[in-house]
Design a binder for this molecule. Structure first.
Ligand SMILES: Cc1cc2nc3c(=O)[nH]c(=O)nc-3n(C[C@H](O)[C@H](O)[C@H](O)COP(=O)(O)OP(=O)(O)OC[C@H]3O[C@@H](n4cnc5c(N)ncnc54)[C@H](O)[C@@H]3O)c2cc1C
Length: 256
């Protein structure tokens, strides 16, 4: 089964055309497809690879044998609400962190020292369960080359509402405009936002795409921004930062 998705509406950065996307209902290997989640971290070109998405069959949460079993199509907000209701700790960082559990796991999404891999026990793929110990992961990255259908989390008690509030406050400096979150990963030495500001690109626009005036590492769509405008800005920032600081900025956003 396929469905048409208009990426201008679907993606958080409001870029893209309408494409046919394969809807996955069962656990199997799907060679030749690029899996997407909620489109909060992708920048889609006019010529993307064949795309696939998980159906609602993978939208579920339950407890089993002291573990939390979560379908990869479950949203971060739903998991956060579940943890609050069942007094489960360490998922507070999901507050206002948009995405599905599959996307969050592949990106090892998080904020500061809190990241989703802290809580992961294992993942389910078409090759069976893979334990966390056998997955290589680091800041905003997990080396998983296959579709994640389910994520199994360790459980600790004690949801902390104060912590949740402080995570929401940490987002006060994020622009309230269409974006795909942080554009570049933070290099070791400086934050990417600082570097973009230092090379004079904070608030700089090409067409309708711009490095936000509020937070320079947010590439925002001010109206009808395009993939090409976004790429031009990305390349400009990379060039200028390389020249001035000799640092290679690495994209956090995924271009398709
Ligand atoms: C306003 C805003 C704020 C954000 N803040 C943060 C933040 O604080 N911290 C942070 O880490 N990120 C942040 N992000 C980025 C984004 O929320 C995360 O990267 C999130 O994990 C993306 O999830 P998604 O479902 O939208 O994935 P998508 O954007 O659809 O896909 C992202 C990647 O995950 C892969 N993927 C998706 N589903 C699966 C699956 N089932 N199996 C295997 N691979 C899969 C895709 O192939 C792609 O490589 C922010 C984004 C926005 C728009």
């Amino acid at each position: 089964m396929y469905k048409k998705i208009n990426f201008k509406k679907y993606s958080s950065i409001n870029i893209g055309e309408e494409y046919e996307v394969k809807v996955i209902n069962e656990i199997q290997e799907y060679k030749g497809y690029y899996i997407i989640g909620r489109g909060n971290n992708i920048l889609i070109s006019n010529n993307p690879p064949p795309l696939a998405i998980l159906s609602d069959n993978f939208d579920y949460i339950f407890k089993k044998n002291g573990k939390l079993i979560v379908g990869a199509a479950t949203s971060s907000g739903k998991l956060l609400t579940y943890c609050k209701k069942h007094n489960i700790a360490n998922f507070e960082f999901l507050a206002k962190l948009p995405g599905n559990i599959g996307g969050l796991t592949k990106m090892n999404a998080g904020l500061k020292e809190w990241e989703i891999f802290n809580q992961i026990n294992s993942i389910k793929t078409s090759n069976g369960i893979i334990k966390k110990e056998n997955i290589i992961y680091s800041y905003r990255k997990a080396e998983i080359d296959t579709i994640i259908f389910e994520v199994i989390f360790n459980i600790e008690n004690g949801f902390d509402i104060k912590k949740q509030k402080s995570f929401v406050e940490m987002r006060d400096n994020q622009p309230n405009m269409p974006s795909a979150g942080s554009c570049f990963k933070n290099p070791k030495e400086y934050s990417a936002g600082y570097l973009i500001e230092q090379v004079g690109l904070k608030g700089y626009s090409i067409g309708d795409m711009s490095f936000s005036k509020i937070h320079a590492n947010f590439l925002v769509n001010t109206n009808n921004g395009t993939f090409n405008e976004a790429i031009k800005l990305i390349n400009l920032a990379k060039e200028k930062v390389k020249k001035q600081f000799n640092i290679e900025l690495e994209l956090e956003i995924i271009t398709l």
